[in-house]
Design a protein around this ligand. Structure first.
Ligand SMILES: [Zn+2]
Length: 257
């Protein structure tokens, strides 16, 4: 029923799942999560991530290095391209800019982001974009690197409608996380009401950002239902309708594998 368009399955602590990844997966599938996109954060941990999910056709994977990953995890275009040029990799990322934490200097983040967009355009795969306190630069780089040719998603969306409109012009999807369930997120809920249906996605970004009523706990894909419920309430429609729209949108952009 649901597609979780962005989660980090390999980062979820398994103690509440009998220390067994299969138990976590069964819990997600039983909760109606039919598909998950497991998003890479660096290339060191990547082989382990692939091993964990390899027996689950319900899980797709991306390849990339997160903007907040250490400087020594940096990646050049040829290396990224070699990893990502596989039928089992459906997207590039996550990448983007994070000026809130500023763990890596801005010029280095921008270069890393450009490398990812170039790879996505090169391989014709959508790019998964993280942006925090960096809206203008994020849009500028997407434009300069011709990201409309590969498309992609602004994940865990927390920006304004003005930003959303510019991302939509580039053909991007807008993915909402558990943040739309937070009490103080009224402005974001207004954006979530306005984004055109064909561009909507839902995600958990688990293990981070658990939605209400689980806020503060470890998140996992089964909780994507709460994001869908909130989005249905905001848009005055049913959870089933939100599930159908966001699942169809996901498979149109990321494909089936
Ligand atoms: Zn993420």
């Amino acid at each position: 029923m649901f597609v979780d368009s962005h989660c980090h399955l390999d980062c979820i602590k398994l103690d509440e799942f009998e220390d067994d990844f299969d138990v976590l997966m069964q819990r997600c599938l039983a909760a109606g999560v039919d598909h998950m996109l497991c998003v890479a954060i660096d290339l060191d941990k990547y082989p382990r991530m692939l091993r964990l999910v390899q027996h689950y056709p319900q899980v797709s994977v991306s390849a990339g290095v997160h903007p907040m990953a250490d400087p020594d995890k940096d990646v050049d275009l040829a290396t990224l391209r070699a990893v990502a040029d596989s039928n089992s990799v459906v997207a590039i990322g996550e990448t983007g800019l994070d000026y809130y934490y500023d763990r890596l200097d801005r010029a280095a983040q921008q270069q890393r982001f450009r490398t990812h967009v170039q790879c996505a355009v090169d391989l014709g795969k959508p790019v998964i974009v993280h942006t925090r306190d960096a809206g203008e630069d994020t849009l500028a780089i997407l434009r300069e690197e011709n990201a409309s040719q590969c498309g992609g998603v602004i994940h865990c969306f927390t920006e304004t409608m003005a930003f959303a409109e510019k991302a939509l012009e580039l053909g991007f999807m807008i993915s909402f996380s558990g943040i739309i369930t937070f009490r103080n997120a009224e402005a974001l809920r207004e954006v979530a009401r306005q984004v055109p249906e064909r561009h909507l996605l839902i995600e958990t970004d688990s293990p981070y950002l658990a939605p209400a009523p689980h806020r503060g706990k470890q998140n996992h894909p089964a909780y994507v239902r709460h994001v869908a419920q909130q989005l249905a309430a905001i848009r005055d429609t049913s959870v089933e309708q939100i599930a159908a729209i966001t699942s169809a949108n996901y498979f149109r952009v990321f494909g089936r594998c």
